[in-house]
Design a protein around this ligand. Structure first.
Ligand SMILES: [Mn+2]
Length: 479
């Protein structure tokens, strides 16, 4: 990206070094068995799920481009392109996006640069109404011809490659640097996308409850390993019959592996899940109507008082975020502290953000919103964010508790003056009460936990088999 090249340039300047751009990537010379670029099939994303037509979205984005006095905007993010044209792809594992580029003029028909082998005749016909479909090889020539015509082209310096900026400028064009105009509208989900997210989470919760019930049967034997747990969870999700993919590689962390934040289980690292330590599992699903992401930390056998204390401190942070009320204009950075304050008081912390944006059957991580020290974007109604504080005593175990939260419309509070935003929790799964130290929770926190568990039980009970329902009733007992 342009911004990264600038950063490297300034580092090189300081060090008295020279940053040299090459025409050929030197890795290509030695990468003999490089696979061909993927040609995953493109599917149309229905207007019923998207909530808006592609032509309506294109008009909105064109107005944003015109407002920047740009002749056109170059889109480089596959999820921005997928959102704008109401398409989904299968080029990237766990992310339903087609690899492609697009040039959207302030007026007139956009151009989509995509390998034609990804498009069936019917998809191509539908797209042709909206865009000029061109092969990827034509992309650079298009940038050059716009440059030669003296056009002003909008690019996002954090996302667009330096090669794109060079192609425009070298041909005589002007650059207008601005945030990808799709990011914000994509982040703010409309009514159809919110309904879809709720449906996806309810479906996912049924699979998840079955997994938790199964886990409690098997794990205390000490004969379950990380891969076995991850595969079983995926199997329950597959049994929904509508799983498109998991939304990322499951983080299944037993004992010390749980303390590695972005741990990814492999055949080599695979551990047996030890009895007597919490087990962390972070996973998610892609359904046509929504993307999920959930982390639970589960008791396996007896847990020490120290483990429960750590778990409960993390839970307090999770509850503080979930129950927060805040005015319009509040950023994720302002809320981030709420997730940490009880850990800080105990001399503890965690080294990742508290939450990230989540797409609507798109990337499980999307901007621009986040709950983190770097979260400078105000939270808006319709945004979906994760709420996932943690604590990771190195070499011992990991604790993380994650739900997805929807930012609601501002509403009044009894006795209050100003309308406040809130979070509606989308994820529906119990927190492991065997790890909760009741005495560390305030009355309000206990009320929150009991109300959440009552909601989980009420929503799931009509959908569960008897065995899972009996398990869930026990798991959601009021404390
Ligand atoms: Mn997450």
């Amino acid at each position: 990206p342009v911004r990264e090249v600038r950063r490297l340039q300034s580092v090189c300047d300081k060090a008295g070094a020279e940053l040299v751009a090459l025409d050929q990537n030197p890795i290509d010379a030695v990468w003999k068995d490089r696979p061909e670029a993927p040609v995953g099939a493109v599917a149309l994303h229905s207007e019923k799920l998207a909530g808006r037509s592609a032509s309506e979205k294109i008009s909105e984005i064109q107005a944003a481009i015109a407002a920047k006095d740009a002749g056109a905007c170059v889109l480089t993010q596959p999820d921005s392109i997928a959102w704008l044209f109401n398409i989904r792809g299968s080029d990237v594992t766990h992310n339903p996006v087609p690899l492609s580029f697009a040039v959207v003029p302030a007026t007139g028909k956009p151009s989509l640069f995509i390998d034609g082998r990804k498009l069936s005749n019917s998809v191509r016909e539908t797209l042709h109404v909206l865009v000029d479909v061109e092969e990827p090889q034509a992309f650079k020539a298009k940038l050059a011809s716009l440059g030669q015509a003296g056009a002003s082209l909008m690019i996002d310096p954090a996302l667009a490659g330096q090669g794109i900026a060079d192609a425009i400028v070298n041909a005589g064009g002007q650059l207008i640097e601005a945030a990808d105009p799709v990011l914000l509208p994509k982040a703010i989900k409309n009514g159809a996308e919110i309904d879809g997210a709720r449906a996806a989470h309810l479906r996912d919760a049924v699979a998840y409850a079955k997994f938790l019930c199964w886990f409690d049967d098997i794990a205390p034997s000490g004969e379950l390993d990380e891969i076995g747990a991850a595969e079983k969870l995926e199997q329950f999700r597959l049994e929904t019959g509508v799983l498109k993919d998991i939304s990322f590689d499951t983080i299944s962390g037993a004992g010390p592996n749980g303390a590695i934040c972005h741990y990814r289980v492999s055949r080599k690292s695979n551990r047996m899940i030890p009895v007597g330590r919490p087990f962390l599992i972070d996973s998610g699903a892609q359904y046509e109507d929504g993307t999920t992401d959930i982390t639970r930390t589960l008791a396996v056998g007896e847990q020490s008082a120290e483990m429960s204390r750590h778990f409960t401190l993390v839970l307090k942070g999770h509850i503080a975020i979930s129950s927060a009320r805040f005015p319009l204009g509040t950023t994720g950075a302002q809320l981030d502290t709420l997730a940490r304050i009880d850990l800080w008081k105990a001399g503890l912390d965690f080294d990742h953000g508290t939450g990230h944006g989540v797409g609507a059957y798109l990337s499980v991580h999307e901007g621009p919103q986040r709950i983190a020290k770097t979260g400078t974007v105000p939270l808006k109604p319709g945004m979906i964010l994760s709420n996932e504080p943690g604590y990771y005593p190195a070499g011992e175990y990991g604790i993380r508790l994650e739900n997805l939260e929807l930012v609601t419309e501002p509403s009044g509070i009894e006795g209050g003056e100003r309308p406040m935003l809130a979070f509606e929790t989308l994820t529906l799964a119990p927190f492991d009460l065997r790890l909760v130290d009741r005495d560390l929770l305030s009355d309000a926190e206990r009320d929150w936990l009991n109300a959440y568990h009552a909601k989980v039980l009420a929503q799931l009970s009509p959908l569960l088999d008897n065995k899972t329902l009996t398990w869930l009733e026990e798991a959601t007992t009021a404390i």
